[in-house]
Design a protein around this ligand. Sequence first.
Ligand code: GDP
Length: 476
Amino acid sequence: NPAALVQALFHLGEMVTATQSVSDEILELLGSEMNYNVLVVSPEDEDRELLERFDLTFGEDEGVDEDLEQRPPVVTVMGHVDHGKTRLLDTIRKANVREGEAGGITQHIGAYQVLTELEGNERLITFIDTPGHEAFTAMRARGAKATDVAILVVAADDGVMPQTIEALNHAQAADVPIVVAVNKIDVEGANPAKVRQQLTEYNLVAEEYGGETMFVDISAKQNLNVDALLEAVLLTADATLDLRANPDQDAQGVAIEAHLDRGRGPVATVLIQRGTLRVGDSIVAGDAYGRVRRMLDENGKDVHEATPSRPVQVVGFTSVPGAGDSLLVVDEDRIARQIADRRNARKRNALAAKTRKRISLEDLDSVLKETHQLNLIIKGDNSGTVEALEEALLGIDVGEEVELRIIDRGVGGVTETNVNLASASNAIIIGFNVRAEGKATELANREGVEVRYYSVIYKAIDEIEQALKGMLKPIY
Ligand code: GDP
Protein backbone atom coordinates (compact mmCIF):
# COMPACT_ATOMS: atom_id res chain seq x y z
CA ASN A 1 0.00 0.00 0.00
CA PRO A 2 1.11 3.59 -0.61
CA ALA A 3 2.06 4.28 3.00
CA ALA A 4 4.38 1.27 3.03
CA LEU A 5 6.04 2.46 -0.18
CA VAL A 6 6.52 5.93 1.20
CA GLN A 7 8.07 4.42 4.28
CA ALA A 8 10.36 2.14 2.30
CA LEU A 9 11.52 5.12 0.26
CA PHE A 10 12.07 7.09 3.43
CA HIS A 11 14.45 4.39 4.63
CA LEU A 12 16.27 4.64 1.32
CA GLY A 13 16.68 8.34 1.89
CA GLU A 14 14.00 9.52 -0.54
CA MET A 15 11.39 11.86 0.85
CA VAL A 16 8.27 11.57 -1.26
CA THR A 17 4.55 11.77 -0.82
CA ALA A 18 2.17 9.09 -2.02
CA THR A 19 0.94 11.14 -4.95
CA GLN A 20 4.27 12.30 -6.24
CA SER A 21 5.73 10.75 -9.37
CA VAL A 22 9.20 9.30 -9.02
CA SER A 23 12.01 8.55 -11.46
CA ASP A 24 12.62 5.19 -13.12
CA GLU A 25 15.73 4.74 -10.99
CA ILE A 26 13.78 5.14 -7.79
CA LEU A 27 11.16 2.69 -9.00
CA GLU A 28 13.86 0.13 -9.69
CA LEU A 29 15.44 0.77 -6.31
CA LEU A 30 12.10 0.43 -4.61
CA GLY A 31 11.48 -2.81 -6.47
CA SER A 32 14.69 -4.39 -5.27
CA GLU A 33 14.00 -3.19 -1.74
CA MET A 34 10.61 -4.87 -1.79
CA ASN A 35 11.86 -7.98 -3.59
CA TYR A 36 10.22 -7.23 -6.90
CA ASN A 37 11.93 -7.08 -10.23
CA VAL A 38 10.91 -3.78 -11.79
CA LEU A 39 11.37 -3.50 -15.55
CA VAL A 40 11.17 -0.06 -17.09
CA VAL A 41 10.14 -0.56 -20.70
CA SER A 42 9.97 2.28 -23.20
CA PRO A 43 7.25 2.24 -25.85
CA GLU A 44 10.01 1.70 -28.42
CA ASP A 45 11.36 -1.34 -26.56
CA GLU A 46 7.88 -2.68 -26.22
CA ASP A 47 7.26 -2.33 -29.91
CA ARG A 48 10.56 -3.94 -30.79
CA GLU A 49 9.59 -6.89 -28.65
CA LEU A 50 6.24 -7.13 -30.37
CA LEU A 51 7.87 -7.21 -33.78
CA GLU A 52 10.43 -9.77 -32.66
CA ARG A 53 7.60 -12.09 -31.77
CA PHE A 54 6.80 -12.15 -35.47
CA ASP A 55 10.44 -12.41 -36.45
CA LEU A 56 10.48 -8.82 -37.65
CA THR A 57 12.75 -5.85 -37.04
CA PHE A 58 12.46 -2.24 -38.06
CA GLY A 59 15.17 0.25 -38.88
CA GLU A 60 18.00 -1.84 -40.23
CA ASP A 61 18.87 -2.98 -43.70
CA GLU A 62 19.05 -6.70 -44.27
CA GLY A 63 22.03 -8.38 -45.89
CA VAL A 64 25.65 -7.34 -46.32
CA ASP A 65 27.29 -4.14 -47.47
CA GLU A 66 27.18 -5.19 -51.14
CA ASP A 67 23.41 -5.34 -50.99
CA LEU A 68 23.18 -1.62 -50.27
CA GLU A 69 22.50 0.80 -53.10
CA GLN A 70 22.65 4.57 -53.25
CA ARG A 71 19.37 6.30 -52.48
CA PRO A 72 18.32 9.94 -52.95
CA PRO A 73 18.62 12.33 -50.01
CA VAL A 74 15.40 13.31 -48.26
CA VAL A 75 15.22 17.06 -47.67
CA THR A 76 13.11 19.25 -45.37
CA VAL A 77 12.81 23.01 -45.84
CA MET A 78 12.86 25.03 -42.63
CA GLY A 79 13.12 28.68 -41.60
CA HIS A 80 11.32 31.73 -40.31
CA VAL A 81 7.78 32.49 -41.43
CA ASP A 82 7.55 34.45 -44.69
CA HIS A 83 11.17 33.85 -45.59
CA GLY A 84 10.07 31.85 -48.65
CA LYS A 85 9.86 28.15 -47.73
CA THR A 86 6.62 27.50 -49.58
CA ARG A 87 7.70 29.51 -52.58
CA LEU A 88 10.98 27.62 -52.75
CA LEU A 89 9.23 24.23 -52.60
CA ASP A 90 6.92 25.34 -55.41
CA THR A 91 9.74 26.66 -57.56
CA ILE A 92 11.81 23.52 -57.16
CA ARG A 93 8.87 21.35 -58.01
CA LYS A 94 7.84 23.31 -61.08
CA ALA A 95 11.33 23.70 -62.46
CA ASN A 96 12.29 20.07 -62.09
CA VAL A 97 9.24 18.05 -63.05
CA ARG A 98 10.46 14.75 -64.38
CA GLU A 99 10.36 14.39 -68.11
CA GLY A 100 7.23 12.80 -69.51
CA GLU A 101 5.37 13.81 -66.42
CA ALA A 102 4.97 17.45 -67.28
CA GLY A 103 1.31 18.19 -67.69
CA GLY A 104 0.40 15.62 -65.08
CA ILE A 105 -1.89 16.95 -62.43
CA THR A 106 0.14 18.05 -59.43
CA GLN A 107 -1.04 16.42 -56.24
CA HIS A 108 0.16 17.64 -52.90
CA ILE A 109 0.76 14.31 -51.24
CA GLY A 110 3.25 15.57 -48.64
CA ALA A 111 6.43 14.87 -50.54
CA TYR A 112 7.80 14.86 -54.08
CA GLN A 113 10.88 13.86 -56.00
CA VAL A 114 12.78 15.94 -58.52
CA LEU A 115 15.39 14.98 -61.04
CA THR A 116 18.50 17.11 -61.21
CA GLU A 117 22.07 16.82 -62.32
CA LEU A 118 25.39 16.74 -60.53
CA GLU A 119 28.67 16.61 -62.44
CA GLY A 120 26.98 15.12 -65.47
CA ASN A 121 25.04 12.47 -63.53
CA GLU A 122 21.31 12.47 -63.15
CA ARG A 123 20.31 12.49 -59.51
CA LEU A 124 17.06 12.43 -57.62
CA ILE A 125 16.20 14.44 -54.51
CA THR A 126 13.14 13.85 -52.32
CA PHE A 127 11.49 16.88 -50.76
CA ILE A 128 9.13 16.76 -47.82
CA ASP A 129 6.43 19.14 -48.91
CA THR A 130 5.27 20.49 -45.56
CA PRO A 131 7.51 23.43 -44.77
CA GLY A 132 8.48 24.38 -41.25
CA HIS A 133 10.11 22.60 -38.42
CA GLU A 134 6.89 21.68 -36.61
CA ALA A 135 6.35 18.71 -38.92
CA PHE A 136 10.01 17.78 -38.66
CA THR A 137 9.96 17.92 -34.88
CA ALA A 138 6.64 16.12 -34.57
CA MET A 139 8.01 13.24 -36.62
CA ARG A 140 11.25 13.18 -34.70
CA ALA A 141 9.36 13.15 -31.41
CA ARG A 142 7.73 9.97 -32.62
CA GLY A 143 11.08 8.41 -33.33
CA ALA A 144 10.87 8.78 -37.08
CA LYS A 145 14.02 10.03 -38.70
CA ALA A 146 12.80 10.93 -42.14
CA THR A 147 15.11 13.81 -43.06
CA ASP A 148 18.69 13.55 -44.33
CA VAL A 149 19.42 17.20 -45.11
CA ALA A 150 17.72 20.43 -43.97
CA ILE A 151 17.55 23.53 -46.14
CA LEU A 152 17.48 26.55 -43.85
CA VAL A 153 15.81 29.42 -45.67
CA VAL A 154 16.81 32.91 -44.51
CA ALA A 155 15.46 36.00 -46.26
CA ALA A 156 18.36 38.29 -47.09
CA ASP A 157 16.24 41.39 -46.48
CA ASP A 158 15.20 40.26 -43.01
CA GLY A 159 18.16 38.28 -41.70
CA VAL A 160 18.24 35.74 -38.90
CA MET A 161 14.96 35.69 -36.95
CA PRO A 162 13.69 33.71 -33.92
CA GLN A 163 12.31 30.82 -35.96
CA THR A 164 15.51 30.66 -37.98
CA ILE A 165 17.33 29.87 -34.77
CA GLU A 166 14.64 27.48 -33.62
CA ALA A 167 14.83 25.62 -36.92
CA LEU A 168 18.59 25.31 -36.88
CA ASN A 169 18.49 24.13 -33.28
CA HIS A 170 16.07 21.38 -34.26
CA ALA A 171 18.21 20.30 -37.19
CA GLN A 172 21.41 20.36 -35.16
CA ALA A 173 19.79 18.41 -32.33
CA ALA A 174 18.80 15.75 -34.84
CA ASP A 175 22.29 15.72 -36.34
CA VAL A 176 20.94 16.69 -39.73
CA PRO A 177 23.39 18.61 -41.94
CA ILE A 178 22.19 22.07 -43.00
CA VAL A 179 22.43 23.89 -46.31
CA VAL A 180 21.59 27.58 -46.03
CA ALA A 181 19.45 29.14 -48.75
CA VAL A 182 19.87 32.89 -48.54
CA ASN A 183 16.61 33.87 -50.22
CA LYS A 184 15.08 37.03 -51.71
CA ILE A 185 18.36 38.33 -53.08
CA ASP A 186 16.26 40.10 -55.73
CA VAL A 187 14.81 42.41 -53.09
CA GLU A 188 16.32 45.82 -52.65
CA GLY A 189 18.26 46.04 -49.45
CA ALA A 190 19.04 42.32 -49.46
CA ASN A 191 22.19 41.69 -47.49
CA PRO A 192 23.39 38.11 -47.94
CA ALA A 193 26.76 38.81 -46.30
CA LYS A 194 25.01 39.83 -43.11
CA VAL A 195 23.13 36.51 -43.01
CA ARG A 196 26.43 34.64 -43.25
CA GLN A 197 27.89 36.75 -40.52
CA GLN A 198 24.85 36.34 -38.24
CA LEU A 199 24.83 32.57 -38.60
CA THR A 200 28.47 32.15 -37.59
CA GLU A 201 27.21 32.71 -34.06
CA TYR A 202 25.27 29.47 -34.35
CA ASN A 203 28.11 27.33 -35.64
CA LEU A 204 27.01 27.67 -39.22
CA VAL A 205 30.13 29.03 -40.87
CA ALA A 206 30.07 29.45 -44.63
CA GLU A 207 32.66 27.57 -46.70
CA GLU A 208 33.98 30.84 -48.10
CA TYR A 209 34.66 31.93 -44.51
CA GLY A 210 36.57 28.75 -43.80
CA GLY A 211 33.62 26.81 -42.42
CA GLU A 212 31.85 23.69 -43.54
CA THR A 213 28.35 24.89 -44.34
CA MET A 214 27.27 25.60 -47.90
CA PHE A 215 25.42 28.90 -48.36
CA VAL A 216 23.66 29.60 -51.65
CA ASP A 217 22.18 32.98 -52.57
CA ILE A 218 18.86 32.47 -54.30
CA SER A 219 15.62 34.02 -55.34
CA ALA A 220 12.80 31.53 -55.00
CA LYS A 221 10.52 33.99 -56.74
CA GLN A 222 12.69 34.48 -59.81
CA ASN A 223 14.12 30.96 -59.80
CA LEU A 224 17.62 32.37 -59.46
CA ASN A 225 20.35 29.95 -58.46
CA VAL A 226 17.89 27.33 -57.27
CA ASP A 227 19.75 24.69 -59.33
CA ALA A 228 22.93 25.62 -57.45
CA LEU A 229 21.04 25.07 -54.21
CA LEU A 230 20.06 21.55 -55.32
CA GLU A 231 23.67 20.90 -56.22
CA ALA A 232 24.75 22.06 -52.76
CA VAL A 233 22.24 19.66 -51.20
CA LEU A 234 23.70 16.74 -53.14
CA LEU A 235 27.30 17.78 -52.41
CA THR A 236 26.52 18.09 -48.70
CA ALA A 237 24.78 14.72 -48.67
CA ASP A 238 27.65 13.04 -50.54
CA ALA A 239 30.28 14.59 -48.30
CA THR A 240 28.72 13.89 -44.94
CA LEU A 241 26.27 11.00 -45.29
CA ASP A 242 26.29 7.44 -46.46
CA LEU A 243 22.90 7.31 -48.10
CA ARG A 244 22.44 3.72 -49.06
CA ALA A 245 19.70 1.18 -48.53
CA ASN A 246 18.88 -2.37 -49.55
CA PRO A 247 16.15 -2.28 -52.18
CA ASP A 248 15.83 -6.09 -52.25
CA GLN A 249 13.93 -6.72 -49.06
CA ASP A 250 10.46 -6.25 -47.65
CA ALA A 251 9.75 -2.55 -47.60
CA GLN A 252 10.02 -0.35 -44.52
CA GLY A 253 9.14 3.31 -44.37
CA VAL A 254 7.40 6.07 -42.55
CA ALA A 255 3.94 7.55 -43.01
CA ILE A 256 4.36 11.29 -43.46
CA GLU A 257 0.73 12.20 -44.04
CA ALA A 258 -2.58 10.36 -43.90
CA HIS A 259 -6.24 11.14 -44.23
CA LEU A 260 -9.59 9.61 -44.98
CA ASP A 261 -10.51 10.08 -48.61
CA ARG A 262 -14.19 10.03 -49.49
CA GLY A 263 -13.84 7.79 -52.46
CA ARG A 264 -10.72 5.79 -51.72
CA GLY A 265 -10.92 5.31 -47.97
CA PRO A 266 -7.80 5.73 -45.80
CA VAL A 267 -4.91 7.12 -47.82
CA ALA A 268 -1.36 7.53 -46.52
CA THR A 269 1.74 9.05 -48.07
CA VAL A 270 4.62 6.78 -47.23
CA LEU A 271 8.28 7.53 -47.61
CA ILE A 272 10.06 4.27 -48.39
CA GLN A 273 13.26 3.95 -46.33
CA ARG A 274 14.48 0.50 -47.34
CA GLY A 275 13.26 -2.36 -49.48
CA THR A 276 10.69 -2.09 -52.26
CA LEU A 277 6.97 -1.64 -51.75
CA ARG A 278 4.71 -3.32 -54.26
CA VAL A 279 1.03 -3.46 -55.02
CA GLY A 280 -0.39 -6.47 -53.17
CA ASP A 281 1.97 -6.26 -50.17
CA SER A 282 0.50 -6.80 -46.69
CA ILE A 283 1.33 -3.75 -44.62
CA VAL A 284 1.09 -2.39 -41.11
CA ALA A 285 1.72 1.24 -40.09
CA GLY A 286 1.23 2.09 -36.44
CA ASP A 287 -2.09 0.56 -35.52
CA ALA A 288 -3.40 0.60 -39.08
CA TYR A 289 -3.00 -2.34 -41.44
CA GLY A 290 -4.12 -3.43 -44.86
CA ARG A 291 -2.89 -4.46 -48.25
CA VAL A 292 -1.47 -2.13 -50.89
CA ARG A 293 -4.30 -1.81 -53.37
CA ARG A 294 -2.86 1.10 -55.34
CA MET A 295 0.13 3.39 -55.20
CA LEU A 296 0.17 6.88 -56.70
CA ASP A 297 2.97 9.38 -57.16
CA GLU A 298 2.93 13.16 -56.77
CA ASN A 299 1.58 13.49 -60.33
CA GLY A 300 -1.37 11.26 -59.59
CA LYS A 301 0.10 8.45 -61.68
CA ASP A 302 -0.02 4.80 -60.73
CA VAL A 303 3.20 3.34 -59.39
CA HIS A 304 3.76 -0.39 -59.15
CA GLU A 305 7.00 -0.42 -57.20
CA ALA A 306 8.48 2.11 -54.81
CA THR A 307 12.18 1.95 -53.92
CA PRO A 308 14.11 3.70 -51.08
CA SER A 309 13.53 7.47 -50.65
CA ARG A 310 10.49 7.35 -52.91
CA PRO A 311 7.32 8.92 -51.54
CA VAL A 312 4.07 7.26 -52.64
CA GLN A 313 0.47 7.58 -51.74
CA VAL A 314 -0.77 4.21 -50.57
CA VAL A 315 -4.39 3.13 -50.87
CA GLY A 316 -5.55 0.00 -49.06
CA PHE A 317 -5.36 0.61 -45.33
CA THR A 318 -8.39 -0.36 -43.28
CA SER A 319 -7.91 2.67 -41.02
CA VAL A 320 -5.88 5.88 -41.11
CA PRO A 321 -2.31 5.61 -39.77
CA GLY A 322 -0.71 8.53 -37.92
CA ALA A 323 1.96 10.83 -39.34
CA GLY A 324 5.30 9.51 -38.17
CA ASP A 325 4.12 5.90 -37.90
CA SER A 326 6.56 3.37 -39.25
CA LEU A 327 5.41 1.15 -42.10
CA LEU A 328 6.36 -2.44 -42.41
CA VAL A 329 5.65 -5.11 -45.01
CA VAL A 330 4.83 -8.51 -43.54
CA ASP A 331 4.26 -11.95 -45.05
CA GLU A 332 0.55 -12.26 -44.44
CA ASP A 333 -2.47 -10.08 -43.78
CA ARG A 334 -3.02 -12.04 -40.59
CA ILE A 335 0.30 -10.89 -39.13
CA ALA A 336 -0.31 -7.27 -40.12
CA ARG A 337 -3.66 -7.38 -38.38
CA GLN A 338 -2.24 -8.95 -35.22
CA ILE A 339 0.50 -6.35 -34.90
CA ALA A 340 -2.00 -3.54 -35.49
CA ASP A 341 -4.42 -5.01 -32.96
CA ARG A 342 -1.76 -5.28 -30.27
CA ARG A 343 -0.62 -1.72 -30.84
CA ASN A 344 -4.20 -0.59 -30.75
CA ALA A 345 -4.84 -2.34 -27.45
CA ARG A 346 -1.72 -0.76 -26.01
CA LYS A 347 -2.78 2.67 -27.18
CA ARG A 348 -6.18 2.21 -25.56
CA ASN A 349 -4.58 1.13 -22.30
CA ALA A 350 -2.27 4.10 -22.27
CA LEU A 351 -5.21 6.38 -22.91
CA ALA A 352 -7.25 4.78 -20.18
CA ALA A 353 -4.36 5.18 -17.76
CA LYS A 354 -4.07 8.82 -18.66
CA THR A 355 -7.80 9.28 -18.30
CA ARG A 356 -7.85 7.76 -14.87
CA LYS A 357 -5.71 10.59 -13.59
CA ARG A 358 -8.48 13.06 -14.34
CA ILE A 359 -11.30 13.96 -12.06
CA SER A 360 -14.88 12.90 -12.29
CA LEU A 361 -17.60 13.66 -9.81
CA GLU A 362 -17.74 9.99 -8.93
CA ASP A 363 -14.17 9.77 -7.75
CA LEU A 364 -13.78 13.32 -6.52
CA ASP A 365 -13.57 11.94 -3.05
CA SER A 366 -10.34 10.16 -3.50
CA VAL A 367 -8.68 12.43 -6.01
CA LEU A 368 -9.44 15.75 -4.46
CA LYS A 369 -8.66 14.97 -0.88
CA GLU A 370 -5.31 16.60 -1.48
CA THR A 371 -6.30 19.55 -3.62
CA HIS A 372 -9.57 20.73 -2.09
CA GLN A 373 -10.39 22.72 -5.13
CA LEU A 374 -13.03 22.13 -7.75
CA ASN A 375 -12.65 23.88 -11.08
CA LEU A 376 -15.71 24.40 -13.21
CA ILE A 377 -16.46 25.67 -16.68
CA ILE A 378 -20.05 26.78 -17.21
CA LYS A 379 -21.74 26.90 -20.60
CA GLY A 380 -25.39 27.89 -20.93
CA ASP A 381 -28.05 28.83 -23.45
CA ASN A 382 -28.12 32.49 -22.49
CA SER A 383 -26.15 34.89 -20.37
CA GLY A 384 -28.90 35.19 -17.78
CA THR A 385 -28.88 31.51 -16.87
CA VAL A 386 -25.09 31.36 -16.93
CA GLU A 387 -24.93 34.20 -14.45
CA ALA A 388 -27.67 32.75 -12.28
CA LEU A 389 -25.96 29.38 -12.20
CA GLU A 390 -22.59 30.89 -11.44
CA GLU A 391 -24.00 32.95 -8.62
CA ALA A 392 -25.85 30.00 -7.12
CA LEU A 393 -22.83 27.74 -7.32
CA LEU A 394 -20.54 30.28 -5.74
CA GLY A 395 -23.11 30.66 -2.99
CA ILE A 396 -22.84 27.04 -1.91
CA ASP A 397 -21.62 27.06 1.65
CA VAL A 398 -19.16 24.31 2.39
CA GLY A 399 -16.81 26.15 4.64
CA GLU A 400 -13.33 27.38 3.91
CA GLU A 401 -11.63 24.11 3.33
CA VAL A 402 -12.86 23.53 -0.18
CA GLU A 403 -12.70 26.05 -2.90
CA LEU A 404 -14.92 26.23 -5.93
CA ARG A 405 -13.47 28.08 -8.85
CA ILE A 406 -15.27 28.95 -12.04
CA ILE A 407 -12.45 29.23 -14.48
CA ASP A 408 -14.51 30.00 -17.57
CA ARG A 409 -18.09 30.67 -18.54
CA GLY A 410 -19.94 31.49 -21.71
CA VAL A 411 -23.04 31.27 -23.83
CA GLY A 412 -23.28 28.45 -26.37
CA GLY A 413 -22.56 24.76 -26.71
CA VAL A 414 -19.60 22.94 -25.19
CA THR A 415 -16.70 23.36 -27.60
CA GLU A 416 -13.34 21.69 -28.11
CA THR A 417 -11.71 24.82 -26.68
CA ASN A 418 -13.72 24.37 -23.47
CA VAL A 419 -12.64 20.73 -23.29
CA ASN A 420 -9.01 21.60 -23.82
CA LEU A 421 -9.09 24.15 -21.04
CA ALA A 422 -10.88 21.69 -18.77
CA SER A 423 -8.32 19.04 -19.51
CA ALA A 424 -5.44 21.39 -18.81
CA SER A 425 -6.86 22.54 -15.49
CA ASN A 426 -8.63 19.39 -14.32
CA ALA A 427 -12.01 21.03 -14.54
CA ILE A 428 -15.52 19.71 -14.93
CA ILE A 429 -17.74 21.26 -17.59
CA ILE A 430 -21.35 22.11 -16.80
CA GLY A 431 -23.62 22.44 -19.83
CA PHE A 432 -26.91 24.09 -19.04
CA ASN A 433 -29.58 23.69 -21.71
CA VAL A 434 -26.81 23.23 -24.29
CA ARG A 435 -25.13 20.30 -26.02
CA ALA A 436 -21.63 19.58 -27.23
CA GLU A 437 -20.50 21.06 -30.52
CA GLY A 438 -18.42 19.43 -33.23
CA LYS A 439 -15.94 16.93 -31.88
CA ALA A 440 -16.12 18.17 -28.29
CA THR A 441 -17.63 14.94 -26.93
CA GLU A 442 -15.06 12.82 -28.70
CA LEU A 443 -12.25 14.99 -27.33
CA ALA A 444 -13.74 14.95 -23.83
CA ASN A 445 -13.85 11.15 -23.88
CA ARG A 446 -10.32 10.97 -25.11
CA GLU A 447 -9.04 13.43 -22.54
CA GLY A 448 -11.11 12.03 -19.71
CA VAL A 449 -12.89 15.32 -19.14
CA GLU A 450 -16.26 15.09 -17.45
CA VAL A 451 -19.09 17.05 -19.04
CA ARG A 452 -22.37 17.26 -17.12
CA TYR A 453 -25.57 18.42 -18.73
CA TYR A 454 -28.45 19.96 -16.81
CA SER A 455 -31.69 21.66 -17.63
CA VAL A 456 -32.83 22.33 -14.08
CA ILE A 457 -30.74 24.74 -12.02
CA TYR A 458 -31.41 23.26 -8.61
CA LYS A 459 -30.33 19.82 -9.85
CA ALA A 460 -26.98 21.23 -10.96
CA ILE A 461 -26.50 22.99 -7.64
CA ASP A 462 -27.50 19.93 -5.70
CA GLU A 463 -24.99 17.66 -7.42
CA ILE A 464 -22.13 20.10 -7.21
CA GLU A 465 -22.90 20.67 -3.55
CA GLN A 466 -22.78 16.93 -2.89
CA ALA A 467 -19.48 16.72 -4.69
CA LEU A 468 -17.99 19.59 -2.73
CA LYS A 469 -19.11 18.08 0.55
CA GLY A 470 -17.41 14.87 -0.44
CA MET A 471 -14.23 16.89 -0.81
CA LEU A 472 -14.20 18.08 2.75
CA LYS A 473 -11.11 17.10 4.54
CA PRO A 474 -11.77 14.25 6.95
CA ILE A 475 -11.16 15.33 10.54
CA TYR A 476 -8.80 13.07 12.40
P1 GDP B 1 7.04 30.87 -45.89
O1 GDP B 1 6.17 31.40 -44.80
O2 GDP B 1 8.46 30.75 -45.44
O3 GDP B 1 6.52 29.63 -46.54
O4 GDP B 1 7.09 32.03 -47.00
P2 GDP B 1 6.40 32.09 -48.43
O5 GDP B 1 6.98 31.12 -49.37
O6 GDP B 1 4.92 32.05 -48.25
O7 GDP B 1 6.85 33.53 -48.90
C1 GDP B 1 6.46 34.70 -48.23
C2 GDP B 1 6.36 35.85 -49.21
O8 GDP B 1 7.65 36.14 -49.73
C3 GDP B 1 5.49 35.53 -50.40
O9 GDP B 1 4.74 36.67 -50.73
C4 GDP B 1 6.47 35.16 -51.48
O10 GDP B 1 5.98 35.41 -52.77
C5 GDP B 1 7.63 36.07 -51.15
N1 GDP B 1 8.91 35.54 -51.62
C6 GDP B 1 9.37 34.28 -51.45
N2 GDP B 1 10.59 34.15 -52.01
C7 GDP B 1 10.88 35.35 -52.57
C8 GDP B 1 12.00 35.84 -53.31
O11 GDP B 1 12.97 35.15 -53.60
N3 GDP B 1 11.94 37.15 -53.69
C9 GDP B 1 10.88 37.95 -53.41
N4 GDP B 1 10.91 39.21 -53.82
N5 GDP B 1 9.83 37.51 -52.72
C10 GDP B 1 9.81 36.24 -52.30
